[in-house]
Design a protein around this ligand. Structure first.
Ligand code: MET
Ligand SMILES: [Zn+2]
Length: 799
């Protein structure tokens, strides 16, 4: 055991050692300032960069990351937060819990290439050498827009420690003269982020693996102690969900066990994305040495409540007073206020962002195309580090020591409050004037159905698609040339029109009933609208990791939202003029626009949702005026903003449903309103889906084999549904038989006059060849099912 390691018993150095507050963090963005890691990963996967080349880039990105932390003045830094793909997958490696199918093909974990090979097999289903297997499933990381891989566990899983990658990060931090604090997903969160492997017995849950997992964590803690780590951070964010009693019992067992070990670093247990609530007491009682808590958006009362927690005195409290996943500058005076309250509890308070900075872009100072006022209000990862450093100094040395920084922070706050960009009186007045009547369509659903049937004259089991067609290289090239000024507006529009023409002709030829224009003009279904609405900005370098090497650039809601003019009408009208079949107007819904943007922090999201909804309501009216008879308002993000704690859910669903209904409620009874959802398990939000009162809903269903229809029926949903019959996440195109099989299964659950035929989601990720084959199968499968129906009716209903 080295001299750093401790055998902590009471979690303090004793009352005689004065605590000096410092700044720290749980995680920093991983992709590099210019997404160097993304590029290197993709080159590696494509066979253009070998393992050594990839690890070189990792070294450079680590230099950047640790360099930025050091430059900000942070000395105790996370190690283990960096990841080549995902930190939950890293934890599975650390615990020796990769599925056998990823370790089997003779990949030698003692060589870098072998280690990378099995890692990417698990992450993506293929490595750089062409081995293939089924990748791990992916799902949302809490209520963030980051997605983690889902480890597969079973009663025969045999965890074993493998700390090589973690130790490499620890040593890299040391090489930069920094004090590493390993950050590892804790045992309870790891189990709850995993699923039972397919071959596990029915009813077996990963919780059952805890007894076998704890000795492995114990070994890892001993290794880290031997490595000289004074502290280790266990991320137990699952505890903020306040879920079931089983969770509390699991956490008590796990942390009492780990705290009771004699050879280990001190234990800091973190709960991010929400308050820890009762779990804080549970952890303190279990004997952990410190807590890292998320205090983003906390009121002074909440902070006082935390400070009053029995057992806090003498322990370490890493106070997440700077919002780690929002993009706004912190009001430093208020944060310091909160820190002072916490310090009076006798806890050894340090200052940090509320969660890993993985969820925010790197550096706002690069955003030289942003309005300087707006830029001065924003803080990305590097600015957040500066903030926590200032706050730690203020807490250690008193307010006078940071008077200048507090002054700047006050000025920023005042500028934002006073700015015309944040409040638009006309928008406020319109929002205030919304009445319950505005949320209701002009006629009830059954009347609308009859009117729409008469107006649209569609065959039974109508076919349609979800909106996007492949974003071909030609489309991307035209967009890039336009952006770079090499192609003028007219040239760009002509290119997009050509694409719309092609897509409409393809659908007509295939025999699709309700057409789309294909969305070639949108590279992103949210940013397209954000770019056309006042109140949003999109930082040029604002990339954040969504999963693996995939990054997104979310817009920021800066102020009140207003639509200066039509956003989509031109394209829908153009497409409609090419055909007699109805063309759907395609809009992204208010909830999804907000779910995939950085929200403002000076107003509740519900206010922005209402403003976006009013803008979309006007767009719907303009589409109708241009002759559109079918409008689709996509809400794939509806499930995503669902609060982690059950207590907040009802309020959320109420405003979310209202926003959708406000966006669509003005549509004429004859206008058919569709909505679309995908990605998620919808079980928790079925009632809300029903309450949207859309005429038709298309849902991802191909993989779940139509189970979603049962859930809808249980909710009493009685309008039309298009359960996806084509899994567009797979390159495998269904046959007409498979489509008609899906439809037969759907018809067991749904009357024929309520069933639509469509893919699971948009076609933008598929190739043109797959799309053309898929459309043909879709239409042929629908025709077959129609024939079967006609036969059935012929048998029972004499004509
Ligand atoms: C993630 S849902 C996507 C819906 C959109 N209309 C599309 O087809 O791409
Ligand atoms: Zn979708």
């Amino acid at each position: 055991m080295t001299q750093h390691a401790t055998t902590a018993t009471d979690g303090s150095d004793g009352p005689d050692v004065a605590h000096h507050p410092t700044a720290t963090l749980s995680g920093y963005p991983r992709q590099g300032r210019d997404r160097e890691l993304k590029r290197a990963l993709e080159a590696h996967w494509a066979g253009r960069l070998d393992a050594a080349g990839l690890l070189d880039v990792v070294g450079q990105v680590q230099d950047q990351r640790f360099g930025a932390m050091a430059a900000a003045g942070v000395t105790e830094v996370p190690a283990g937060d960096f990841s080549l793909y995902d930190h939950v997958l890293d934890t599975a490696v650390l615990l020796g819990l990769l599925p056998a199918r990823c370790t089997a093909p003779g990949l030698d974990p003692a060589t870098p290439a072998g280690r990378l090979g099995r890692y990417f097999l698990a992450a993506r289903g293929r490595d750089a050498d062409g081995h293939e297997t089924q990748a791990l499933e992916m799902t949302k990381w809490f209520d963030t827009n980051y997605h983690h891989l889902v480890p597969e566990l079973g009663p025969t899983s045999e965890p074993a420690p493998d700390a090589a990658d973690l130790l490499e990060q620890v040593r890299a931090a040391r090489r930069h003269g920094l004090e590493p604090r390993p950050v590892v997903v804790g045992p309870v969160t790891f189990l709850r982020c995993s699923k039972a492997a397919d071959d596990a017995p029915a009813g077996w849950t990963p919780d059952a693996l805890l007894p076998r997992l704890l000795p492995v964590y114990a070994e890892l803690l001993a290794v880290l102690a031997d490595e000289g780590c004074a502290w280790v951070e266990l991320d137990e964010s699952v505890l903020v969900t306040g879920a079931d009693d089983g969770l509390a019992a699991l956490a008590r067992t796990a942390h009492a066990h780990l705290a009771g070990l004699s050879h280990r670093p001190r234990l800091l247990v973190a709960g991010h994305y929400e308050r820890l609530g009762d779990a804080a007491t549970l952890l303190l009682d279990a004997g952990v040495d410190g807590l890292a808590v998320d205090l983003a958006g906390a009121s002074r009362a909440e902070v006082e409540e935390l400070a009053a927690l029995p057992g806090l005195a003498g322990r370490r409290l890493v106070a997440g007073v700077v919002d780690g996943r929002g993009v706004w500058r912190r009001d430093l005076s208020e944060a310091l206020d909160h820190l002072e309250v916490l310090a009076r509890s006798g806890a050894r308070v340090d200052v940090a962002p509320s969660c890993s900075l993985l969820h925010v872009p790197v550096d706002v100072s690069r955003e030289d195309t942003l309005d300087p006022d707006v830029r001065s209000w924003l803080a990305f990862a590097d600015q957040k580090l500066e903030e926590v450093v200032v706050l730690a100094r203020g807490l250690a040395q008193g307010r006078d020591a940071v008077a200048a920084e507090l002054g700047v922070s006050d000025a920023v706050r005042a500028s934002r409050l006073a700015s015309a960009r944040t409040r638009t009186p006309a928008v406020r007045e319109r929002g205030d004037a919304v009445t319950p009547g505005d949320l209701r369509r002009p006629a009830p659903a059954d009347e609308r159905r009859a009117l729409q049937a008469a107006a649209l004259r569609l065959p039974p089991l109508p076919t349609t698609t979800i909106g996007s067609f492949p974003q071909t290289p030609e489309i991307r090239r035209a967009r890039a040339a336009h952006r770079a000024g090499r192609l003028d507006d007219a040239g760009y529009e002509a290119a997009m029109e050509g694409e719309v023409r092609r897509v409409v002709a393809e659908q007509e030829e295939a025999g699709v009933d309700v057409l789309v224009h294909g969305e070639p003009e949108r590279d992103d279904m949210v940013r397209y609208f954000a770019d056309r609405l006042e109140g949003f900005v999109t930082p040029v370098h604002g990339w954040v990791q969504s999963y693996g090497s995939r990054c997104v650039r979310p817009p920021v809601v800066v102020g009140d939202v207003r639509r200066p003019g039509p956003m989509t009408v031109r394209w829908t009208r153009f497409a409609q003029r090419l055909t007699d079949a109805p063309v759907k107007g395609m809009l992204t819904g208010p909830v999804t626009i907000l779910a995939w943007s950085f929200p403002r922090d000076d107003e509740p999201r519900s206010l922005s949702a209402r403003q976006v909804a009013l803008a979309l309501r006007d767009e719907v009216a303009d589409l109708e005026a241009a002759g559109t008879r079918v409008v689709q308002v996509d809400e794939p993000g509806l499930r995503e903003l669902l609060p982690l704690r059950a207590s907040g859910r009802q309020e959320y669903l109420a405003w979310a449903v209202d926003a959708f209904r406000l966006a669509t409620g003005g549509a004429a009874a004859t206008t058919q309103v569709h909505t679309h959802m995908c990605y998620a398990e919808f079980g928790d939000v079925m009632a809300a889906i029903d309450a949207l009162d859309a005429d038709v809903i298309s849902l991802e269903a191909a993989r779940s084999r139509m189970e979603v229809l049962d859930e809808l029926a249980d909710e009493g949903y009685d309008r039309a549904v298009g359960p996806g019959v084509w899994d567009i996440h797979s390159p495998v195109v269904p046959t007409a038989d498979e489509v008609s099989d899906h439809l037969a299964r759907a018809l067991e659950r749904l009357p024929a006059d309520r069933l639509w035929v469509n893919p699971d989601c948009g076609l933008k990720t598929r190739t043109p060849e797959e799309v053309s084959a898929g459309l043909t199968a879709l239409v042929a499968g629908a025709a077959r099912a129609r024939q079967a129906l006609a036969g059935r009716d012929g048998g029972t209903t004499p004509r």
